[in-house]
Design a protein around this ligand. Structure first.
Ligand code: IMP
Length: 181
């Protein structure tokens, strides 16, 4: 595990909070009069969901979808598994998927294909971070907090081998401090 002292901060708590306030206002405006379900993709999106739902000024339902895609390394395996399914049906509801980061797009592609078979009225995507450099399949992102360069980022829900999720900011380790996995 790299030394936390070599961590570079990409987005501070304050910058994240301000961006989420703007995203929440946009979502509130766009879903007026609709029944909206926020589907938090676990584990990484839990802090984003917690802050974003409080920036949305209308009633929403909250669901959690557990997905595992990476194992312990920093490269996508392309193998996606649902580890915890939604607790309620989404038929005829408006669903907004809440993700921490879109990298290859494989995880979201899998989730979209799976949830579409359950006949929701709509499925949107809201991601805190978009990392387009590694995209392998196309996914249409409706709301994106920040577009980032090709760094493996941690903090604010995102992990490296399950560590660092509780950092209040988003940072990355310069490549020379990471191993080759
Ligand atoms: P994708 O399937 O490659 O788009 O990756 C999606 C998932 O991989 C995200 O929801 C994250 O959990 C994880 N992931 C992708 N990039 C990073 C990163 O830079 N840091 C931490 N987790 C990441």
């Amino acid at each position: 595990m790299p030394n936390a002292e070599s961590l570079e901060v990409l987005y501070s708590e304050e910058v994240i909070a301000e961006r989420i306030r703007v995203l929440g206002a946009e979502i509130t405006q766009n879903y007026q009069g609709k029944e909206l379900i926020l589907v938090c993709v676990l584990k990484g999106a839990f802090p984003f969901l917690a802050d974003l739902c409080r920036a949305i000024d209308m009633d929403v339902r909250i669901e959690f979808l557990g997905v595992s895609s990476y194992g312990a390394g920093t490269k996508s395996t392309g193998v996606v598994r649902i580890t915890q399914d939604l607790a309620h049906p989404i038929k005829d509801k408006h669903v907004l998927l809440i993700e921490d980061i879109v990298d290859t797009g494989l995880t979201l592609r899998y989730i979209l294909d799976n949830l579409t078979t359950r006949n929701p009225s709509s499925i949107g995507i809201c991601t805190l971070l978009d990392k387009p450099a590694n995209r392998r399949v196309e996914v249409e992102v409706d709301y994106s907090g920040f577009t980032i360069p090709d760094h493996f980022v941690i903090g604010y829900g995102m992990d490296l081998a399950e560590s660092y999720r509780n950092l209040p900011y988003i940072g990355y380790f310069p490549p020379e401090t990471l191993g080759n996995d």
